[in-house]
Design a binder for this molecule. Structure first.
Ligand SMILES: C[S@@+](CC[C@H](N)C(=O)[O-])C[C@H]1O[C@@H](n2cnc3c(N)ncnc32)[C@H](O)[C@@H]1O
Length: 201
């Protein structure tokens, strides 16, 4: 199969690599990362070969698996793709993961599904695990840039059922904290995106 291309991954992959490499900086340890909504698998394909002590488990809905395989099949430490659909699966298919990473998913899925995902994470992860959400967020109900405002308008036009919209950082933080996570870091990323890093208590 020809490799599908998500051009945004080429713009944000170095910044995402930097965060994940920092989290794996203890080279005496092996780290397991589970990704929700891997899309094309390009983040895994770019980042995993650069971090020796990292294994990356990719997942998405089945129609995306062929594309993910085209990017990752020949990379030893990328495992999967697993079928993992929030709303259908109530636990992560991989146990004892150190990190769950998900990029550009919270503004796509229905808020009820996002809350369901938080619950699955809370039930599946051990104390000390980290959850990393990459993407655009609003703060106190305000866009952080004109670009994010345009993206939100596009989401509302494209998905007229109203399920897709940029989420409020405060809502995500509140829901995660009710489920036993504390915000470890809210890092600025390129193009008005953020990396929210939550720590499971
Ligand atoms: C905007 S894409 C982001 C893909 C990739 N993470 C990236 O940043 O390029 C959103 C992804 O979420 C996946 N997705 C949508 N609904 C989902 C659900 N209920 N459970 C798991 N994944 C879902 C889609 O199939 C899609 O691959």
């Amino acid at each position: 199969m020809e490799k599908p291309n998500a051009p945004a991954t080429e713009r944000n992959r170095d910044a995402i690599h930097e965060v994940i490499a920092e989290l794996c900086s203890d080279d005496q340890n092996e780290f397991q990362l589970f990704e929700i909504g891997s899309g094309t698998g390009q983040h895994a394909a770019y980042i995993t070969p650069q971090i020796e002590n990292l294994t990356w488990h990719v997942s998405d809905l089945e129609p995306n698996h062929e594309g993910i395989k085209a990017w990752t099949d020949d990379i030893d430490k990328v495992l999967g793709p697993y079928s993992f659909k929030v709303g259908e699966h109530n636990e992560l298919p991989v146990k004892n993961v150190d990190f769950v990473f998900s990029a550009n998913i919270l503004h796509i899925m229905h808020w009820k599904l996002a809350q369901q995902m938080f619950k699955v994470l809370s039930q599946s992860l051990e104390s000390g695990s980290l959850v990393l959400f990459y993407g655009p967020f609003n703060y106190r109900g305000e866009y952080t840039s004109k670009g994010n405002e345009r993206l939100d308008q596009w989401l509302k036009e494209r998905f007229k059922d109203g399920k897709s919209t940029i989420r409020d950082f405060e809502e995500v933080n509140l829901n995660m904290s009710k489920l036993g996570f504390i915000l470890q870091e809210d890092r600025e990323m390129p193009a008005n995106n953020r990396m929210l890093i939550f720590h499971k208590l």
